[in-house]
Design a protein around this ligand. Structure first.
Ligand SMILES: Cc1cc2nc3c(=O)[nH]c(=O)nc-3n(C[C@H](O)[C@H](O)[C@H](O)COP(=O)(O)O)c2cc1C
Length: 190
């Protein structure tokens, strides 16, 4: 898969088949994140892989889904939950501030890498940090920043032309995600 295909194919997925993702694949995704750009090359981002069923079940209520959708369409139904999570941490012994861009770059590598394995992801900022800390026994010198929910897709999602609202919507088993046009986002060419 070439880079353009991966970029355009990547869509947030929130419904998953229940086949497990192999451990080597999850580790490979972290390996893509490992080599992402980092400010001053100071590499403070670390990861917890959560993949065993008792732990994935406990993670599920600690993340919140699709706040733009009507309540009844937000959360994956029973049997369509993520089969794995990657919890994104910052080791504050390595860097104490200015790490949000590092996280963004690392997470995007994971999301694009996942596309190449046919895996769907949801990048999640709406998470219960304190409960995740306690569940995963993450020490206080780590910040818990984001969670990536993963699994083989059990829904589809397509881009739509932007017509004045950023709100995404769901029809049947398909998500629709408006994106601004290229001309709209190129502010100036000098
Ligand atoms: C920083 C960030 C935080 C996000 N947090 C959540 C979240 O907590 N829950 C969720 O369901 N989706 C979350 N998303 C996914 C966005 O809703 C999604 O990227 C957006 O609707 C665009 O869809 P696309 O990824 O298919 O282009 C988040 C995305 C980003 C970049």
């Amino acid at each position: 898969m070439d880079i353009e295909e991966a970029i355009n194919k990547r869509r947030t997925i929130r419904r998953f088949k229940q086949d497990p993702i192999p451990s080597e694949t999850l580790k490979k995704l972290i390996d893509y994140a490992r080599v992402a750009p980092a400010g001053s090359n100071i590499q403070c981002v670390e990861y917890v892989i959560v993949k065993s069923p008792p732990m994935t079940e406990k993670m599920f209520p600690l993340v919140k889904w699709a706040s733009s959708l009507p309540k009844e369409e937000r959360t994956p139904e029973s049997g369509r939950e993520p089969t794995a999570y990657i919890v994104v941490l910052v080791n504050t012994d390595i860097k104490k501030s200015y790490f949000d861009y590092d996280i963004g770059a690392a997470v995007e590598n994971i999301l694009l890498g996942a596309v190449s394995f046919g895996i769907g992801c949801c990048w999640m900022g709406n998470i219960n940090g304190p409960k995740i800390r306690s569940l995963l026994e993450v020490p206080e010198n780590y910040e818990i920043k984001h969670v990536i929910s993963l699994g083989y897709p059990d829904e589809t999602s397509k881009m739509e032309p932007f017509e004045g609202s950023f709100k995404y919507w769901k029809e049947g088993n398909e998500m629709h995600v408006p994106k601004r046009t290229l001309d709209d986002v190129i502010f100036k060419v000098l």
